[in-house]
Design a protein around this ligand. Structure first.
Ligand SMILES: *Cc1c(COP(=O)(O)O)cnc(C)c1O
Length: 383
């Protein structure tokens, strides 16, 4: 491979995220929202939260949205609504943010992991096998990894056949769809994170779950507020997990109105990468339905054993890359210490992702010449 020396001052850097550009774009809307909340004198559980929940429910095409403090808490609350508690088992993917399993573990329940398919999403065949081994599984938590929806029709049928609930980890998939179905269409609940790097991020931590039934929304609102069903009335043990008025207001005024534009830009960049990246040493992952994916990340796979060298190549070209995720949840120390090590021959496809996946920059503020640079740099990699 011919080394091309680029003069330092002409070196392009392409970062994995660009909050500085986001801030210049959004700051006047954000500051107006902050001004309004500050002047209102109401900072927790006021009209801003209600307004955001209404907007987010209609954006998600669901009857109810309940704001909370994080994606982790949204999952925990949704699992509680589904009746998951101590001693129950919950089927999920080992290839996810640790938070997915943590929500299950915090309830005293036990995750049962099942392998992913070629997209990195729960493999319905493997899920059938997991139910054969653990017929009492109480809920399935599919992870819509990278912004692509899992095969929800297959998982819904499996959940129904076993009387299990279906709780969607949609932290990476706001605004995405597959076969015309969005998160929440087939699940009892869809759980979202507004962590800053997510497709709909706020200036700190935040989350929400969407629900179809009003009794469930009422109970979720109690659970996020110490289990308080009315002032000083605590019917069950809850959390302190409220979405602050400041976050709700900035989400409503500045971020949610930009979401469709951001998603369109992510899809445009994904389309270019899919069409233009041609290195034979790189496997593209178009997902099950590229045109309607959320493209939270743009994952590719290297050949076995080549990831570190590819990362060094990207770094030398000024490109910030990520790994999602380098260690499976079942192999994390916290999990192994409490629940024992998993058999390394299990979860072959998940392990392939853990060992060879690299996420290329795909945030909506990328400029065209930066996308050009990523394409050219990846194509200069021949393994
Ligand atoms: C970010 C994320 C979470 C956790 O969300 P937090 O708001 O950080 O608690 C859970 N699952 C997935 C797949 C995520 O990407």
């Amino acid at each position: 491979m011919l080394e091309i020396r680029v003069p330092a001052e002409r070196m392009i850097t392409v970062k994995a995220s660009a909050f500085d550009r986001m801030w210049s774009d959004c700051q006047s809307d954000v500051l107006k929202a902050i001004q309004r909340v500050g002047a209102s004198g109401r900072y927790v559980l006021g009209s801003e939260g209600i307004r955001f929940e209404d907007r987010f429910a209609s954006y998600s095409d669901q009857a109810h949205a309940v704001g909370c403090a994080s994606g982790l808490d949204a999952l925990e609350i949704a699992l509680r609504l589904a009746g998951v508690g101590a001693g129950d088992t919950v089927l999920t993917s080992p290839l996810s943010a640790f938070a997915t399993a943590l929500a299950i573990l915090r309830l005293g329940a036990q995750p049962v992991f099942c392998d992913v398919d070629q997209h990195g999403l729960i493999d319905p065949e493997a899920a059938v096998g997991a139910f054969a081994d653990h017929p009492q599984i109480r809920a399935i938590v599919p992870v819509h990894l990278y912004g692509h929806l899992a095969d929800m029709a297959a998982l819904r049928a499996l959940a129904d056949a076993h009387g299990a609930a279906l709780i969607e980890d949609a932290a990476q998939a706001v605004g995405a769809s597959r076969d015309g179905l969005s998160p929440g269409a087939l699940g009892e609940a869809a759980c979202y994170s507004f962590y800053p790097t997510k497709n709909l991020g706020c200036l700190g931590d935040g989350g929400a779950l969407t629900l179809a039934m009003s009794e469930q929304a009422t109970r979720a609102r109690a659970l996020r507020d110490y289990g308080q069903s009315a002032k000083y009335v605590h019917d069950e043990i809850g959390l302190n997990s409220r979405l602050d008025e400041l976050h709700a207001a900035t989400l409503t005024d500045a971020f949610l109105p930009r979401l469709d534009g951001w998603l369109a830009r992510r899809r445009q960049i994904a389309k270019r990468y899919l069409a233009e990246i041609s290195s034979e040493a790189i496997t593209l992952l178009p997902g099950p339905e590229p045109a309607s994916g959320g493209w939270h990340l743009f994952p590719v796979l290297t050949r076995p054993g080549q990831r570190d060298a590819f990362l060094a190549h990207l770094k030398a070209h000024g490109i910030g890359a990520g790994l999602h995720y380098p260690t499976l949840i079942c192999d994390q120390k916290a999990y192994v210490d409490a629940h024992g090590a998993s058999d390394p021959s299990q979860f072959a496809q998940s392990r392939r992702f853990a060992e060879t996946e690299v996420s290329l920059p795909i945030h909506p503020y990328l400029k065209e010449h930066e996308v050009d640079h990523v394409v050219a740099s990846v194509n200069a990699w021949d393994g």
